[in-house]
Design a protein around this ligand. Structure first.
Ligand code: URA
Length: 240
């Protein structure tokens, strides 16, 4: 890892201010390579650093996969309602650069979302060129069992035009799973895309859950739970 000033490192990882880091060093709580240090201005490899005999919490970039619960917004602004960030550990919330979601889910949408401070990853996975697959499970208010074939064709045609957009949505894959439920795989990330696509073809969405994003699913995560992931979890062809 790149060497960094000790005080800057702890501040960036959400431990506290640089002034506080100075105080911890004076109190003998910071060690570099097993040796106590009082000089927080020295640049060190985070891998050699310890505080209170413990390695710092996730030096380097942080990547999280969350099963987003309903009722939380992906916005950074608390004035929009309770935020997805509010359920993360306090220290992670204070990191700098700050955490951001890769794309957004609506307040009432649940499911897979990546949260990271790796701006390069956010950029890559949000790029339309990468056509990142997103699989949604959709519950609609009507029985669709008799129209599965028609719906599959409509979604696959690549002709669904959303209001105020200047080009149709790319083809999407429809897979029915019960009378009122289906999976839909899309490769774009337009504003309220799934609800708007459904509305355009006459379907009203009762609930929306993202089963997977870029192949990462929420298996083993209850709503509101999250786990750290690494770049190895991301399909390598997307990172190329
Ligand atoms: N499409 C929507 O309409 N809402 C979401 O939250 C995600 C995709």
């Amino acid at each position: 890892m790149t060497p960094e000033r000790i005080d800057k490192l702890f501040a960036g990882l959400g431990y506290g201010s640089r002034t506080e880091a100075r105080k911890w060093a004076r109190a003998g709580r910071i060690m570099v390579n097993g040796v106590c240090t009082k000089d927080v201005s020295q640049k060190v490899d985070p891998a050699l650093l310890k505080i209170d005999d413990e390695e710092p919490d996730t030096p380097g970039t942080l990547m999280i996969l969350m099963n987003k619960p309903a009722g939380l917004v992906c916005s950074h602004s608390s004035s929009d309602g309770p935020r997805i960030y509010d359920i993360l550990p306090d220290r992670w919330q204070k990191r700098n650069p700050p955490l951001s979601t890769v794309g957004r889910l609506d307040k009432d949408t649940t499911g897979a979302i990546i949260i990271t401070d790796d701006t390069r990853l956010v950029h890559i996975l949000s790029s339309p060129k990468k056509a990142v697959p997103k699989v949604y499970k959709i519950v609609v208010d009507e029985d669709i069992s008799a129209m599965s074939d028609i719906l599959a064709l409509r979604f696959a045609a690549g002709t669904i035009m959303l209001e105020n957009d200047d080009r149709p949505c790319l083809p999407a894959k429809f897979e029915p799973c019960s009378d009122h439920e289906f999976f839909l795989t899309i490769t774009e990330g337009r504003f309220h895309q799934v609800k708007r696509m459904c509305a355009t073809i006459g379907l009203t969405v009762d609930s929306l859950h993202r089963v997977s994003f870029a192949g990462l699913d929420t298996t083993g995560l209850d709503k509101g739970e999250f786990r750290e992931i690494t770049l190895d979890d991301i399909p390598q062809e997307l990172l190329a």
